[in-house]
Ligand binder design. Sequence first.
Ligand code: HEC
Length: 187
Amino acid sequence: MPRIHNGSASIVAVALACAAPLALLASVNSLVPARTGGFGEMTCHQCHSNNPLNDPAGRLTLAGVPASYTPGQRYLITVSVAHPQLVRAGFQLSTRFESGDNAGMFHPPDDRTEAVPDDAGRIIYMQHTPAGTEVPTPGTGQWTFEWTAPAGDLPIAFHLAANAANGDGLPRGDFIYTATAISVGGP
Ligand code: HEC
């Protein structure tokens, strides 16, 4: 990361810092909200941009989303991202009505995931924690958690972005994937 310091050699560093203020602040330890790709959001690819989106050598799956949901019921959701070069991994998921309002509630079962509101406190994002970026076996990252369906019967959009990362501790050389699912209301 370029740092701003005194001296004539700092002009390049200052220029870089101005070009990428978000990248300087954000990291795996403090994942920025609203990078799922849904509702006009950017994705992780904003910073992890070396490789094209959805590289065919890897795969992202979102399992457990009910085709139609029952209000108040808890569903077990599993996010899996795989790539031959994956050494660390992360994700971010949102659940919204078509209006853009948050739909339902996430329940992080352990220290590998957390549910974090956006700056306005309107949307809750389910995402990896720093501990949750560690993978037991290279090649696949996986997270399981519960989601409680909201009241009502309007369709809900799931927007997911994930990073199959190469473990270099930088946003470089990582593979970003996106996926979506829809759950409709009523039986
Ligand atoms: C605004 C810039 C930015 C965005 C957006 C961003 N990241 Fe990152 N990410 C970073 C930076 C900078 C690092 C390296 C520093 C660190 O790990 O703290 C990083 C590191 C990581 C790493 C470790 C990479 C490695 O190879 O070791 C993972 C995993 C990760 N991010 C996941 C995500 C996911 C998932 C998203 C999207 C939901 C995301 N990031 C969006 C800036 C960003």
